[in-house]
Design a protein around this ligand. Structure first.
Ligand SMILES: [Cu+2]
Length: 195
């Protein structure tokens, strides 16, 4: 009789111990938009990932170009079991890799990645030229800032020179104006006296 009670207690204990892992099962990557290997022919500004179980807020997603350059994301919205990644601007044509590091609801990390391509018309071609323009601007910016650092003191000196030039110029103007007014007044006075 006692043995039965003990084994029953063990059985109940075992069930209780097992049940949490049943409730919080390990989550797996299920699908995405764009999906693995897809070639998208329109602008891509968001990427959606879906998992087959609960995932935690601490989940991360990164998007990379074929060259391994990371794409800027404005938000990674975890809405278990889905994640929506918002990109700062539409993706240019090319191949992309999405890497996810998700925390499953059972606290186990789930890592993985998938790739897709963008092959859109028009809009994306414009994007490309814009990108190039921005890069060129950035390059000049860096050059300029490097120059600025070197010539900082020179610029300050020039600025001071300009300032003093300006002030001496305005003094010349004021003195000149006073002289002209004086000459006119003097002439007028002389004219009146003559009369
Ligand atoms: Cu797990």
């Amino acid at each position: 009789m006692k043995k039965k009670v003990v084994s029953l207690a063990l059985l109940v204990g075992l069930l209780i111990g097992v049940s949490p892992s049943v409730t919080y099962a390990h989550s797996h990557f299920e699908s995405s938009v764009p999906e693995e290997g897809q070639t998208v022919e329109e602008a891509v500004e968001t990427i959606e990932l879906s998992f087959d179980g609960g995932i935690e807020q601490a989940s991360e997603v990164q998007v990379f170009t074929a060259d391994g350059e990371e794409i800027e994301t404005t938000a990674v919205n975890v809405n278990s079991p889905n994640i929506e990644v918002e990109l700062s601007e539409p993706l240019a044509n090319g191949d992309y890799r999405v890497a996810y590091n998700v925390l499953s609801a059972d606290t186990h990390p789930v890592e993985g990645e998938f790739t897709f391509s963008v092959e859109a018309e028009e809009a994306i071609v414009e994007e490309d030229t814009e990108d190039e323009a921005t890069t060129e601007e950035e390059v000049t910016d860096t050059e300029e800032s490097a120059d600025t650092e070197e010539q900082d003191t020179n610029v300050a000196d020039e600025q001071q020179e300009e300032d003093s030039e300006e002030s001496s110029n305005s003094i010349i103007w004021i003195v000149g104006a006073v002289l002209v007014v004086g000459v006119i007044l003097g002439a007028l006075a002389g004219f009146r006296r003559k009369r």
